[in-house]
Design a protein around this ligand. Structure first.
Ligand code: ATP
Length: 370
């Protein structure tokens, strides 16, 4: 059970004079031990409130929270442990490190509060500073560090007491874009090596995809879908999730027949194509299919016909740094494709394009609207 956080039927409402907001709406979820679970969703969907309930910084209305097998909050059982008795580490956007203390003083603080013997504190702080690559910075004043270094001090302080779980609330959002990218990578490697469980709140999609083992997409206080980053980005068939994360081309289509249990032939603006589809939809069912812009391939003009091939006319070709964004017209329908820079395309070109059957998916008509 170590490291596992379980939340059962958790609800948290905020009541003010004029309105009641249900920030967390009957959420049930658990984190696997030694994995990073990210809560991702649009502003106001309840991710910070859920994290703060787990931390003990908000008092829920009902439900239950356990950390490492111990119930830390339960409406029914009348349990409510304060944050300092929950064995959690916390890293916030604002770092929350103490400016009047040295790096050593900041990291040692949680152990000093617990009255850990001095020699043991020195050893643990030294080890943890090595881990976050801040050896040699012990006596540096915390304010004389870069943003990235300050964030590593905050991380070291969160880790030093060996918590069951670390809670991160937008920890990188105060860093500039380049530093955010490198710190993100470091943090990912670091959390994998350390085998620590973490719950991570962000509204940055790339951060969520790179840092997590599992992503839970939230909307209006509840979890819409949960899965690996690959599943969430490439294989979701939930309209809200697909629309929220990344960019996609959505096309209206009609189911014609099934190739096998999970692949259907659909008729759409790209012609008759084979795509991944929820099992068992009747022929004639209207569905929306989606493709990610980066999943199209150019078919060389000399090549024989391939599966899921269609013709397009190139419109705008926009330089977007690492790729070209290519706007195409296919039978009057706009399609956005991302092509590597080496692909020589210009406005007015007629091109043969292909989309692999796994890169094109029908949304589940049973799932909610985006
Ligand atoms: P963001 O990404 O913008 O931080 P979030 O997903 O973390 O958003 P929360 O901060 O959890 O969302 O807020 C969820 C809902 O609860 C929002 O409608 C918010 O306005 C409301 N809320 C949060 N804290 C309070 C509060 N202390 N009093 C009243 N309403 C609150």
């Amino acid at each position: 059970m170590q490291g596992t956080v379980s939340v059962t039927n958790l609800t948290k409402t905020f009541v003010s004079k004029d309105e009641t907001v249900t920030a967390v709406d009957n959420v049930t979820m658990s984190t696997p031990p030694n994995k990073v679970l990210t809560l991702l969703g649009p502003s106001g969907c309840g991710k910070t409130t859920l994290l703060r309930c787990i931390a003990g910084l908000e008092s829920p209305n009902s439900g239950e929270i356990s950390i490492g097998g111990e119930v830390v909050w339960s409406g029914a059982k009348g349990v409510s442990l304060p944050p300092e008795r929950r064995n959690i580490g916390m890293v916030f956007q604002s770092y929350a490190i103490w400016p009047h203390m040295t790096v050593f003083g900041n990291v040692a603080y949680p152990l000093e509060v617990r009255k850990v013997p001095k020699a043991k504190i020195e050893k643990k702080v030294k080890d943890i500073l090595k881990l976050v690559q801040l050896s040699g910075f012990e006596n540096r004043s915390a304010t004389r560090l870069s943003g990235g270094q300050q964030q590593r001090v905050a991380l070291a302080r969160a880790l030093v007491a060996e918590p069951d779980v670390i809670l991160f609330d937008e920890p990188l959002s105060n860093l500039d874009a380049k530093l955010r990218e490198s710190t993100r990578k470091e943090l990912r490697l670091f959390l994998s090596d350390l085998s620590t469980s973490a719950i991570y709140v962000t509204h940055d999609q790339v951060e969520a995809l790179t840092i997590s083992d599992d992503v839970a997409i939230m909307r209006d206080g509840y979890i819409v879908e949960r899965g690996t980053p690959q599943h969430i980005y490439l294989r979701s068939n939930n309209p809200f999730v697909v629309d929220f994360i990344g960019r996609a081309n959505f096309l209206e289509a009609v189911i014609k027949s099934y190739e096998d249990e999970n692949h259907a032939v659909v008729s759409c603006a790209l012609g008759n194509i084979i795509c991944s589809a929820p099992a068992g939809l009747a022929g004639g069912t209207s569905v929306t299919i989606y493709t990610r812009p980066e999943s199209f391939e150019i078919v060389p003009s000399s090549s024989p016909a391939v599966e899921n091939e269609f013709k397009g006319t190139v419109g705008n070709v926009l330089f977007a740094g690492e790729a070209h964004e290519v706007e195409l017209k296919v039978d009057g329908v706009d399609v956005l494709a991302k092509m590597k820079l080496q692909t020589p395309l210009k406005r007015g070109d007629q091109v043969r394009l292909q989309i692999g059957r796994e890169w094109c998916r029908a949304l589940d008509p049973e799932k909610e609207e985006a």
